[in-house]
Design a protein around this ligand. Structure first.
Ligand code: FAD
Length: 326
């Protein structure tokens, strides 16, 4: 195990102080529950000059009902999120996403912001310094070749966060603070399809909260995760779905995936609304999942298997929701 790099440690008391601490320090990193960042640093993955610990910012730790919807602070711990009575009552898909993350000890420390902003993963990247140096590093960090797709000039490291798809199907918005103030954006727009730079946050921005709109209350949602060890493991693939029935037709349907691409992705459901949920509609959804999910050999588990379980899980998930939503 590599010794931690030297860094300055700053513990701001509020969001403005956190933003000010980031300003002009390109090598700085936010740290929250530390369950993703610290294991990476211990493996020599990253050398931040400054760590800005946001765990003492009270405003980030709030879950509030607002006029816009349920506002969940980026510093809320996943264990607390899963136990929150309003989340349990109105948005069980969030509870399922949060409880799918790692194990109980992780969830006691891990935060919403850290979960959403966690690094992408690849079996050529999440390795010791010794292992990586023996393989000439990789395009994501310190190397110049992607071992997964050597003929390309881009990184395919995979996003494996469990919470993002659960929030995406509810139409959640992200709230970001930076030197120019705050901005809101659909959660899906926080991400981009690049394993080496999967977040569209600027270096001097902090994720402050996510808001689940009131309109999501009528949706019935669920999250399915496939992993090697049920007790604790990243998703090989994960799929969330939320729907509302309009009698025998689909009133509204949203689907989002994780574990397949460098970022979590909503699946286009245009044209499915107004259709009955039957074999033809299920096939159409499967085609869309097939087109969007771009599996690569970023884990030891084969791409074909991951694709098959994605399709099977999505089908089972929507079948169940269809019955539940009556
Ligand atoms: C053994 C093990 C198993 C795991 N299993 C899973 C799993 O099954 N599913 C899963 O989703 N994750 C898993 N994780 C990863 C991690 O534990 C979780 O994603 C966790 O939610 C990260 O939250 P954190 O608060 O600890 O993040 P941190 O480690 O503190 O931060 C993670 C990243 O987010 C950034 N960040 C944190 N907060 C903010 C903010 N407010 N604004 C901007 N950037 C921010 C940090 O700079 C860092 O890059 C696992 C980790 C381990 C070690």
């Amino acid at each position: 195990m590599t010794i931690l790099p030297d860094f300055r440690y700053i513990r701001p008391a509020n969001v403005d102080e956190a933003v000010a601490a980031l300003a002009g320090k390109p090598g700085a990193a936010i740290i929250a529950g530390a369950t993703d960042l610290l294991p990476n640093l211990r493996r020599g993955l990253g050398e931040p000059s400054v760590l800005i610990d946001v765990s003492a910012v009270p405003a980030l730790a709030l879950v509030e009902e607002t006029a816009d919807g349920l506002r969940i602070g980026a510093g809320v711990k996943l264990a607390e999120l899963a136990l929150h009575p309003v989340v349990q009552r109105d948005f069980p898909v969030i509870v399922e996403g949060a409880l799918a993350v790692a194990g109980p000890t992780h969830r006691a420390a891990a935060t919403v912001g850290g979960n959403l902003c966690q690094d992408t993963r690849c079996h050529f990247y999440n390795q010791s310094e010794w292992w990586r140096s023996g393989n000439e590093y990789c395009l994501k960090y310190e190397g110049d070749r992607c071992h997964v797709a050597p003929k390309t000039a881009r990184c395919f490291a995979t996003y494996r966060g469990d919470l993002a798809p659960a929030l995406m199907v509810l139409g959640a918005e992200a709230e970001v603070a930076g030197p120019k103030g705050r901005r809101k954006l659909p959660l899906a727009e926080l991400f981009q399809d690049d394993g080496a730079a999967h977040l569209k946050l600027a270096a001097d921005e902090v994720l402050v909260a996510v808001t689940v709109p009131n309109s999501a209350k009528g949706l019935v949602g669920s999250y399915a995760k496939i992993r090697i060890r049920d007790a604790i493991d990243f998703p090989l693939v994960g799929v969330a779905a939320a729907l509302k029935r309009d009698g025998d037709k689909i009133g509204q349907i949203r689907v989002a995936i994780t574990g397949s691409n460098p970022c979590p992705l909503p699946i286009s459901t245009d044209g499915l609304e107004g259709q009955p949920w039957n074999e033809a509609t299920a096939r159409s959804l499967a085609d869309r999942l097939n087109k969007t999910a771009k599996f690569q050999t970023t884990t030891t588990v084969g791409m074909r298997y991951r694709r098959r379980v994605l399709l099977a899980s999505a089908r089972r998930l929507v079948d169940d929701l269809w019955e539940k939503a009556v």
